[in-house]
Design a protein around this ligand. Structure first.
Ligand SMILES: Nc1ncnc2c1ncn2[C@@H]1O[C@H](COP(=O)(O)OP(=O)(O)OP(=O)(O)O)[C@@H](O)[C@H]1O
Ligand SMILES: [Mg+2]
Length: 276
């Protein structure tokens, strides 16, 4: 799925009066199959951007187009069908506690299945091999029949990623997928996620606090600051100076690092980079 934002502004309905818009005047075009990482300090609008793209949040001004269609101009039924083609994996995985892992993973497919198939699969999971395959990509296939509430935080996060892959969606929106993972698992999870999205031709947009991993695994990186676009560049062109500007006054979100040489390429002076 391809997408375009034109001068998009988002205000949260519950925001206090006079609060600045969470996203302001955003212009963005992402082609079918592209992989984009979104970085920036906490509270800068990354999650809001994913919600906007997932049609969970309506723009207050400007326009969203998914495959050249304005979702908010569609009748409700067509909007729901469109939502079925995208998958938002939230920052905190919404996995029902007593559910088995296999059921949780296959629930990601529900929008693509008939009502009868959905009900049947919740009672007696079919497509078990598919769930197992998705879990194996994140090294948690052995948890197939475990209960979700008996998993560690990192295992839950990897199950949530497997669920995103099992969904067959053509737009994957993944919010902070690495927060509960150790560095080795985080590397592996991102490599699996990007590879699986590539194999399927799905468009992938992920918010990441791990700046080094964003640069390593994604060909294109967007920096958000104060709800506006700070930069939108191929990852090879994201310099330490740009990162320091992006995180200015939030440098605690970057690991301690030497001051950047102006415009030095990241490869020459690897900065950041574990945020939080
Ligand atoms: N439901 C909400 N109601 C009101 N304001 C909100 C709501 N959700 C977020 N905001 C505000 O919108 C702004 C952007 O929030 P958002 O969650 O998009 O930031 P973020 O970049 O994802 O932050 P983090 O890195 O901490 O996850 C913040 O100022 C936040 O306080
Ligand atoms: Mg967020």
């Amino acid at each position: 799925m391809k997408l375009r934002l034109t001068n998009a502004t988002v205000r949260h309905p519950a925001a206090r009066a006079g609060a600045p818009a969470a996203l302001r005047g955003l212009d963005l075009a992402v082609a079918q199959g592209e992989q984009v990482a979104v970085i920036g300090p906490s509270g800068t609008g990354k999650t809001t951007l994913l919600h906007l793209l997932a049609c969970a949040q309506r723009p207050a001004a400007g326009r969203l187009q998914l495959d050249d269609t304005d979702p908010w101009a569609l009748p409700l039924g067509a909007l729901q069908r469109l939502r079925g083609r995208l998958f938002l994996a939230p920052q905190v995985p919404p996995l029902p506690p007593r559910q088995r892992v296999v059921t949780a993973v296959l629930a990601g497919r529900l929008p693509h299945e008939s009502l009868w198939a959905s009900v049947r699969s919740l009672v007696h999971p079919t497509s078990i091999a598919l769930a197992e395959h998705a879990l194996a990509r994140f090294d948690v296939a052995d948890k197939l029949f475990d209960r979700v509430d008996r998993l560690s935080g990192g295992e839950r996060q990897r199950v949530a990623l497997a669920r995103a892959l099992a969904s067959q969606a053509s737009l994957l929106l993944v919010d902070e997928p690495l927060s509960a993972l150790d560095p080795a698992r985080a590397q592996q999870a991102l490599a699996s996620l990007t590879q699986a999205a590539r194999e399927r031709g799905a468009t992938l947009i992920a918010t990441l606090h791990h700046v080094d991993m964003a640069l390593r695994h994604f060909p294109r990186v967007i920096g958000l600051r104060g709800g506006a676009l700070a930069f939108d560049l191929p990852s090879a062109q994201v310099t330490p100076a740009l990162l320091h500007q992006l995180y200015a006054q939030h440098l605690e979100e970057l690991a301690p690092t030497a001051p950047p040489a102006p415009d030095a390429p990241v490869a020459a002076a690897p900065v950041p980079m574990q945020c939080r």
